[in-house]
Design a protein around this ligand. Structure first.
Ligand code: SF4
Length: 681
């Protein structure tokens, strides 16, 4: 039996340290948490603890597949690469789309394929599908993320969790939240529905404040007004650290009062007052999530939160999930200098790809670490685009996902245990160098190996594909570990997790180098200089004319407890835990609709209709329908996933996704739920 340190590669801020145990034959026996990891401390979530279900699955792709008419048939790598070279040579570079995402968060697995795409002259996306609004809104005020260290969360005197279901998306912080509650420190969770964290914190003696969706900016502006009116702002210190204090103050003083905002948000004045006291008196830490910004005005809302934190002088107690925690220079991997002369970089909106693909803007698409047919908004258009005869699609994947099934060439991928990589995190500051633990099955290849082969087949310069994953990892590590001691470097070399020193907040990276309460960058992008208190969504125009933003109910997709991404839909054990897809409705809404527990209900808007099973729960506020996580399209009678209902409409300022601006009507359905029932067996 041997033990190998490794890292969870999933798109999760915890980036847990793990130990992989292998038997005498080198086969994987199990994965356990690495107790030496300073943040995850030896615990794994239930999703990854049984990752072996996926790792050893018979459904893994083990040989390349190429399209012959309606079928994908096995081929050799040489045949598949020759087909790629022939078809891509006929496509002008700007019509080649580079479409990778976060299926494997290893820095090389995620970023090296971009080097090849860049050297080809391909069009890239802005990657805004997850957090485009949040990142821009945060950057406008604070620049780089240099705030609180989550490993020390239990030291906080008080805590405000804003729009983050910690229990589902930041699991290793939950015991620290419980510790705070048990120590009698005030904890308040602000969310749009009573999720797992809100419920647990209430049980532990804390408080949940449930606001109307999209109303946060009004409350945050009113809290800032209250700070000024109550004399809670250290003006000299703030004027030194922040740009635009006077203009910001004038703006918030003309905004809503605390009781006006409380009414707009559907909360009590007492709840709003409690939030003010936590910031002004208790000097609370503030943990901001990402999900609550997935709205048309998401960047404005997180900007309002960042400004409020800044006027209280709490910026070093603010935690935002960001890759900036590592100051990583991804250019070392991507190598923009390898772009062909005369082919300017071209970046398109990730969120709006559906209509672009469907109208035939791209002659070739390369996909890795991504399942766009499921996870992008307007999934019906995405599928239509990827199915076009004049769009040549290459997918590098572990399983025959819904995207891979539409491809012209499918390349079998190695799992994270089968490749060497370097892992950072967007939640904490632990770095890990993780070597291959087991060999890939069949002819599967890691991301670096697969895309090096593609680069060679496409006739790209040797600089693009010369270095293997070991050489690339060493170069990246030398850069990331430059501030580490010799001891720490030796630990990294042994695969141990090593925490980097906190980055200094003096170097913010905003245009002024200071905190920007007033932003000229926002103004140049067509936004307001100061975040506004407006609630709700601005009027919009969808590229295809169909909005999906009207309807009686807000559609709220919550992160799944049992599956992490769509790869997990290929594990029967994870699927069984997930169960049949359901949607939660408030019992009063259900009564008005004539719906009882377990009824089939159809969610519909201008984009699509989808039938799920109703679950009645007063954790879902009135006027909201809550769906847990992703489910296979085959689990609905319509054969569609949730993103058939969401629109390709970017957020106003950050151009990120606006999933939570989606609205639907809900009605009792006559459609039987046979497919869903099959999942429960
Ligand atoms: S999904 Fe997140 S919590 Fe679970 S093991 Fe991976 S990093 Fe840890």
């Amino acid at each position: 039996m041997a033990t190998h340190p490794t890292t969870c590669p999933l798109d999760c801020p915890d980036a847990c340290g793990m130990l992989a145990e292998t038997d005498a034959s080198g086969a994987l026996v199990k994965l356990v948490g690495n107790p030496a990891h300073p943040y995850s401390s030896g615990h794994l979530c239930g999703k990854t603890a049984i990752f072996r279900e996926l790792q050893d699955s018979d459904a893994r792709l083990v040989t390349p597949l190429v399209r012959e008419g309606d079928r994908l048939v096995p081929a050799t790598w040489d045949d598949a690469l020759a087909r790629i070279a022939e078809r891509v040579a006929a496509v002008e570079p700007a019509r080649v789309l580079s479409l990778g995402y976060a299926g494997n968060m290893g820095r090389l697995a995620r970023k090296y394929p971009e080097r090849v795409m860049n050297a080809l002259g391909a069009t890239a996306t802005d990657g805004g599908v997850c957090d485009g609004e949040a990142i821009l809104g945060h950057e406008l005020v604070f620049g780089r993320a240099v705030g609180a260290d989550l490993t020390r969360l239990a030291e906080a005197p008080a805590l405000v969790v804003w729009g983050c279901d910690v229990a589902r998306t930041l699991q290793h912080s939950l015991p620290r939240v419980r510790e705070l509650c048990r120590a009698g420190k005030p904890v308040v969770v602000v969310d749009v529905h009573r999720g797992d964290t809100a419920r647990r914190v209430e049980r532990w003696g804390g408080r949940a404040v449930i606001v109307r969706p999209g109303s946060d900016a009004a409350l945050l502006t009113a809290l800032a007004r209250e700070a000024f009116e109550q004399g809670c702002v250290d003006r000299d210190a703030r004027a030194a650290d922040c740009v635009g204090l006077d203009e910001y103050e004038a703006s918030v003083r003309s905004g809503p009062t605390l009781d006006e905002a409380a009414a707009a948000c559907g909360i009590t004045l007492d709840e709003a007052g409690a939030l003010h006291r936590l910031l002004a008196t208790e000097r609370a830490w503030v943990k901001a999530g990402i999900g609550w910004t997935r709205r048309r005005r998401g960047a404005n809302a997180i900007r309002a939160l960042a400004c409020l934190v800044a006027v209280h002088g709490l910026e070093d107690r603010f935690h935002f999930e960001s890759g900036d925690l590592f100051r990583e220079h991804v250019t070392r991997i991507v190598r923009p200098d390898l772009r062909p002369a005369g082919v300017a970089p071209r970046v398109v909106e990730h969120v709006a790809l559906g209509p672009a693909l469907a109208r035939g803007d791209y002659g070739a698409v390369f996909v890795w670490g991504h399942n766009p047919a499921v996870t992008l908004p307007d999934s019906i258009s995405v599928r239509a685009g990827l199915s076009r005869d004049d769009c040549f699609v290459v997918v590098h994947e572990l399983f025959l996902t819904e995207t891979a099934a539409l491809a012209d060439v499918v390349l079998p991928a190695a799992s994270f245990l089968e490749q060497t990589d370097v892992y950072t995190s967007y939640g904490h500051r632990c770095l890990q160098y993780t070597r291959r633990v087991v060999a890939p099955p069949g002819e599967a290849r890691g991301n670096v190996d697969a895309f090096r082969a593609i680069g060679r087949a496409l006739g790209l310069p040797e600089d693009v594909w010369r270095d293997d994953e070991e050489a690339l990892a060493r170069d990246l590590l030398a850069h990331l570990a430059q501030d580490l001691t010799g001891d720490d470097r030796a630990r990294l070399e042994r695969g141990e997790p090593v925490a980097l020193p906190a980055t200094p907040s003096a170097d913010r990276g905003t245009p002024s180098g200071r905190i920007e309460l007033v932003s000229e960058v926002a103004e140049r992008r067509g936004g307001p200089r100061v975040p506004t208190p407006e609630a709700g969504d601005p009027p919009s125009a969808a590229p295809d004319g169909r909005l999906g933003e009207s309807g009686r109910f807000q559609l709220h997709c919550a992160p799944s407890v049992h599956t992490h991404n769509s790869t997990y839909l290929h594990s029967p054990r994870h699927l069984a835990r997930l169960g049949a897809p359901t949607c939660a409705l408030h019992p009063d809404d259900a009564r008005e609709l004539g719906v009882v527990e377990g009824d089939a209900v159809t969610l519909s808007n201008a984009r699509a209709a989808l039938t799920l099973r109703a679950r009645l729960s007063d954790d879902a506020p009135r006027g909201m329908v809550v769906v847990d996580g992703l489910f296979p399209s085959s689990a609905t009678p319509e054969g569609l996933g949730l993103n058939a209902l969401t629109g390709p409409i970017p957020g106003e300022l950050g151009r990120g996704n606006s999933y939570y601006s989606t609205r639907v009507d809900v009605a009792r359905a006559a459609t039987p739920l046979a497919a869903a029932a099959a999942l429960e067996r």
